[in-house]
Design a protein around this ligand. Sequence first.
Ligand code: PGA
Length: 249
Amino acid sequence: MRQSLVVGNWKMNGSYEANRSLINGIKQNIASVKNSEMAVCPPFVYLSQMKRLLKDTNIGWGAQNVSQQEPGAFTGEIAIGMLVDFDCKYVIVGHSERRSLYGESDELIAEKFATVQAAGLIPILCIGELLEEREAGNTEAVVKRQLDAVLNSQGVASLEKSVIAYEPVWAIGTGKTATPQQAQDVHAFIRGQISALDAKVAEKVQILYGGSVKGSNAKELFAMPDIDGGLIGGASLKADDFLAIGQAG
Ligand code: PGA
């Protein structure tokens, strides 16, 4: 039985004050979350605040991105050692906004994935198709290509200490959730691809769903056999919604 995992991706949202009240709200009722591990990924500059606010809790934290480079002359970038300094557990790599707005390629994302693992942190690898790719019947080919970039360079065993997030791009921030069956079909496809290489790794790896998950739809999504939790954007910014999603795990 895979542990349910619910991760908040705050994107470029938050402020010192807003974060404090959000985290306090989550902490107050975290006991209502029985079956999910919870984590939040704020913007980099708030990681020290998370370390302070969350250190004695069972809520984890992580980053939304990382450089694949060693420390050096890379203005504006963040090295993995800096995330280690702030006790990050997770690092999101390959979010669709990084792919589409910042031109991150499958190869670069595979490098970032390797960088995160080499430092002993857990990469959350995001994959998912655009609306036009789904409509053209290419969903499986797209997620396979995105997954293969990591499988081919890092090997299947690398997935054992990683999390995959399937996020159909047309469902992100749109209020348009994939149906549980649509999501399950792609999750089963992803697990099947991994299973063809290593059944034990496939059985173990957590595959999260992301894309307009809310307290009201989380339960039916998480009830699907290959959906092991969620990567949550908008709804992770409200304590009650985030907790309700955790309770659905
Ligand atoms: P959303 O974002 O929940 O706001 O759709 C999910 C994500 O981008 O990870």
